[in-house]
Design a protein around this ligand. Structure first.
Ligand SMILES: Cc1cc2nc3c(=O)[nH]c(=O)nc-3n(C[C@H](O)[C@H](O)[C@H](O)COP(=O)(O)O)c2cc1C
Ligand code: SF4
Length: 491
């Protein structure tokens, strides 16, 4: 993955963990209302795809075990991974685009409720994404996939047949090929072809604003039927809805261009979802404080969107940043481009090797700006922030300064799903602290079952440990219970 050129190695922020009494009196462990539900505490595990669904998108025993393990840590809220809303094959990504997925999702919601003793509120992240192809073999691309056009004929010979043009293209040096191919063709060759929301010459892209509200609405109804407490509309990172919000969206049909028009579909999707699920089901969204791209959306855009979303009635706004395709690295041949390999990807999941600012809390000041805009619009909508949050001091500081209302911690919760609970019980010394290397993200990039380097080799030989497909890693963190840990200490 991309790293800032300064390459400064940052130590973990020093941590003084609270006593049980201090935790009980803290902001972090005080309740907060989100729409129609109350979180017992202001702690939040954001969505993380663990690649454990079947190839058809069904819940598996490994999916259940994964979320059960997070629920044992009893956070205020747990968001289930990005889950596809369409009924189309999408590899081992969880899906909610048809009623046949309901049974598995019901079991998932029941598992979390049981494991958290009913304490954790459960949301599911609903995602739509456009098609993206793997980076092709250059010869295959030129011989088969590339559509021969007048541009190529003009450059290489008007009278030549398509096959003759292809033969010539195959022999061209890279610099000449770059002149003959269009920008999009060159991108398809180097990265794999990727659809954009601005490809309005394609009917299925043009019609996204007509199609998506219904798809999101139906998916939200299934989440409600399955027993979730709410949904998180995925308006962040590299995917369809974030691309509509992005300043790069110049659609001329009323769904691109100005901030207002770029947010139109997001609001229409929300309204359809709300109509479908009623008032007593939580509907929030995750979106970006900044695209972190040269011409992308800025924090001013995010402030505008936040105020509009809050006024429309969204129950929470969870803020992330970056994670775009536009500045990602070219993938290896045969692989798909991954939106977290460029500078914007770094902003989304910053590592300990960083610039002077460091990886801890990079999203806080933009989040504070969004929160101020939401409050100025007269709304009390809770704001969730994440990005390098891993200590009690950070969490309390964020809440005390009013930068956000809820503390999201993805990788720290993956490193230790009990970490919030350990803090609450005055057992902070036992926390396994994330070291922000992004080993987990590397697995995500390869669509391999995600684990953490800090625990995936522990007690690997034990009979009751479920292992990864290659048998080399355990799939869930070792269990922890306050009683067992105390007994071990005492003995
Ligand atoms: C393995 C992995 C999978 C992720 N999957 C998702 C996802 O499905 N949806 C999402 O919005 N963010 C996803 N993220 C981003 C995290 O939710 C979070 O925004 C990011 O890791 C920064 O927060 P942190 O510093 O607390 O880890 C993922 C992160 C990781 C490490
Ligand atoms: S592998 Fe573990 S320690 Fe490394 S970044 Fe991911 S969660 Fe943190």
């Amino acid at each position: 993955m991309w790293k800032p050129p300064e390459r400064i190695k940052h130590s973990l922020p020093e941590a003084t963990w609270p006593t049980r009494e201090q935790a009980a009196g803290s902001r972090c462990f005080s309740p907060i209302e989100i729409g129609s539900v109350t979180l017992a505490e202001r702690t939040w595990v954001p969505a993380m795809v663990p690649w454990r669904a079947t190839e058809e998108g069904f819940v598996t025993p490994e999916v259940l075990a994964w979320y059960e393990r997070f629920a044992t840590g009893r956070p205020g809220a747990l968001v289930v991974e990005a889950t596809g809303i369409r009924d189309v094959p999408s590899g081992p990504l969880l899906r909610i685009g048809h009623d046949r997925f309901l049974d598995g999702l019901r079991e998932l919601a029941a598992t979390v409720r049981r494991a958290s003793g009913g304490r954790t509120r459960l949301f599911i992240q609903l995602i739509d994404f456009l098609s993206i192809r793997r980076r092709p073999e250059p010869s295959k691309f030129l011989q088969r996939y590339l559509e021969i056009t007048d541009r190529h004929r003009r450059a290489l010979g008007a009278d030549l047949s398509d096959d003759e043009i292809r033969e010539l293209l195959l022999e061209l040096p890279a610099s000449r090929l770059a002149e003959v191919l269009s920008e999009r063709e060159l991108e398809a060759l180097k990265f794999g072809a990727r659809e954009r929301v601005t490809d309005v010459d394609q009917p299925h892209i043009r019609e996204l604003p007509q199609v998506l509200p219904g798809l999101f609405g139906a998916a939200a109804v299934r989440a409600q039927q399955a027993g979730f407490d709410g949904v998180e509309l995925h308006y962040a990172h590299a995917y369809t809805m974030a691309s509509f919000l992005s300043a790069l969206n110049d659609r001329a049909d009323g769904y691109g261009g100005s901030r207002q028009d770029r947010s139109r579909l997001a609001l229409e999707v929300y309204r359809q979802v709300r109509r479908s699920v009623g008032a007593n089901f939580v509907v929030g969204c995750r979106y970006l404080t900044e695209d972190c791209l040269a011409d992308g959306s800025t924090v001013e855009d995010a402030c505008f969107f936040g105020a509009e979303f809050a006024k429309a009635g969204l129950d929470f706004l969870s803020l992330s940043r970056g994670g775009k395709f536009e500045d990602a690295k070219p993938p290896k041949i045969g692989r798909a481009v991954y939106p977290y390999t460029g500078p914007s990807g770094y902003e989304c999941m910053p590592t300990a090797i960083s610039d002077a600012q460091g990886p801890f809390g990079r999203n806080l000041s933009p989040a504070a700006a969004v929160k101020a805009a939401v409050r100025n619009a007269g709304c009390t909508t809770p704001i969730v922030v994440s990005g390098g949050l891993c200590t009690f001091e950070q969490a309390e500081g964020v809440l005390e300064r009013g930068e956000a209302d809820i503390i999201g911690a993805a990788r720290q919760s993956l490193a230790d799903p009990d970490w919030f609970r350990k803090m609450r019980l005055g057992r902070g010394e036992e926390i396994r602290r994330c070291i922000y290397t992004n080993y987990c993200e590397g697995l995500d990039q390869m669509h391999k079952q995600v684990t953490c380097q800090l625990w995936d080799r522990l007690d690997l030989e034990a009979d009751d440990v479920a292992r990864s497909k290659d048998g080399k890693r355990r799939l869930t963190p070792p269990p922890w219970s306050p009683e067992d840990a105390q007994q071990q200490k005492d003995s």
